[in-house]
Write a protein that binds this ligand. Structure first.
Ligand code: PHE
Length: 454
């Protein structure tokens, strides 16, 4: 009998995995990418990327995790001892840690905005702002994000919250959190969706989002959709390897990957149905829906023009906080699992070793918007550098490594055994999944890296 920790229930393991997948990637990166890449056509290509490439690569990570039953480095060492493949795991852990450092700051902002929505600070003075709501909220965003102290306080609170949850372990911490938070996320999102769809000019936004203009599809759109699909499924960060090492032996990997991917697509679509009708209705669609501006300026402009702005705003930032929290927990777990498995550290020590240094690293990221904004690494602020280096380089390289390993070099039948639970259930798709992992995914992922350089 293995002593390895496992998720206690099927619902719990799905909630945790979906919780990791659904994050700021779906909520603020997706609408921005959709707007920049031609609306509905992008949505279509993104869905195809998730289904045809994301799911097979997810299955490769699941097979590694459950087959190797260890952390992201340990799985390679267990499955291919003496070979250098564990370096792929090192890449995953490095990516995960760098992402944790800057994502924690963004998670802190969501907490700060939740606080400012509930306390009313964000909406103070909107009645006198007249036509310049945009200016008002842009100034507020500068005050809340680009100063030194307030964002740091909220980042620290997020780190403490993460420590509290992660000290609880896999079942009592991560699984319990996800079981409560994920249903909450869907309920809030559905409520906000109903609100925006009932706005006067909602139809125009819905059409923009759902009626594809195929002439807009080009190589750039495909590469961006692929990047979005991989980021939003949490691929290449060691998260899915780590979580699947906690899956019981009878978990059906195929249906789990399908459920997680469909729910992630569903949230992205619901988010589109929130954003596009809202911005069209209030004539805000000339604004670029770029990440932070979208959620911290454009959406408050929308809420300010609705009855009960504070209520809707609080609900929205609670949604964002839930999405961010279940993601930060999952990505921090990658490094914690590594310390527990590699160095046999106790849970408490491993958690503190991973999270306490963030008080320094995340501070540096947070100050990139304040007094360290002039400090540049290769022309980028610390925050941007970590973001670009990890998401544009490390994640795709790790995913290519995972595909090549599982496709060509892993013990024979690893994928087949894992997808069929060692022959106890039928898996009709193994052949096609293997084909994609071997021949198609590595090439297309390489395109994500190379295309922007051209
Ligand atoms: N899928 C996650 C998201 O959309 C990716 C992620 C997970 C990023 C964990 C950071 C931490 O945000």
């Amino acid at each position: 009998m293995s002593t390895k920790t496992e998720f206690a229930s099927k619902i719990g393991l799905i909630a945790a995995t979906v919780g990791s997948a659904i994050g700021l990637g779906n909520i603020w990166r997706f609408p921005a990418e959709t707007q920049e890449n031609g609306g509905a056509a992008f949505l279509l290509v993104y869905i195809l990327c998730v289904l045809c490439l994301g799911i097979p690569v997810m299955l490769a990570e699941f097979s590694l995790g459950r087959g190797g039953r260890s952390d992201s480095i340990g799985v390679f060492r267990t499955l291919s001892p003496g070979k250098p493949w564990w370096l792929v795991g090192v890449g995953a852990i490095l990516a995960a840690y760098l992402i944790t450092a800057f994502y924690m700051v963004v998670a802190g902002w969501t907490l700060e905005y939740l606080y400012q929505s509930v306390s009313g600070g964000l909406y103070e003075g909107i009645d006198n702002a007249g036509g310049s709501l945009r200016e008002l909220f842009s100034t507020r965003m500068d005050d809340y994000i680009s100063t030194d102290v307030p964002p740091l306080i909220f980042t620290f609170l997020m780190i403490i919250l993460n420590i509290a949850i992660l000290l609880g372990g896999v079942q009592k911490g991560i699984e319990r959190l996800s079981n409560i938070m994920m249903p909450l996320l869907f309920v809030i999102l559905a409520a906000i969706c109903c609100l925006t769809l009932s706005l006067p000019d909602a139809g125009a936004g819905v059409r923009y989002f759902l009626e594809p203009d195929f002439s807009k599809i080009n190589a750039g759109v495909v590469v961006n959709a692929l990047g979005q699909a991989f980021f939003s499924l949490s691929l290449g960060m060691g998260i899915l390897i780590t979580y699947s090492s906690y899956y019981p032996a009878n978990t059906r990997l195929g249906s789990t990957s399908l459920t997680v991917s469909l729910l992630s697509i569903l949230v992205a679509i619901m988010m589109g149905l929130v954003i596009f009708p809202a911005v069209k209705s209030f004539g805000l669609d000339d604004e670029p829906l770029r990440g932070a501006t979208l959620v911290f300026v454009t959406l408050p402009e929308v809420f300010a023009q609705l009855p009960m702005p504070r209520l809707w705003s609080s609900l929205f930032f609670l949604l964002l906080l839930v999405a961010a929290l279940t993601s930060t927990v999952s990505i921090a777990e990658v490094s914690i699992a590594m310390l527990q498995d590699r160095f046999k550290m106790k849970r408490t020590w491993a958690t503190l070793t991973v999270l306490l240094p963030l008080f320094v690293f995340s501070t540096l990221c947070s100050l990139s918007f304040g007094s360290l904004s002039g400090f540049k690494i290769a022309g980028h602020t610390i925050f941007d550098f970590l973001d670009k280096f990890s998401t544009n380089w490390l994640l795709p390289l790790v995913s290519i490594g995972v595909c090549l390993y599982v496709g060509w070099f892993a013990p024979k039948n690893l994928l087949r055994d894992q997808l069929s639970n060692c022959g106890t259930i039928r898996s009709r798709t193994t052949g096609i999944v293997l084909f994609i992992i071997r021949y198609i995914a590595p090439l297309l992922i390489a395109a994500i890296v190379i295309f922007p350089l051209l």
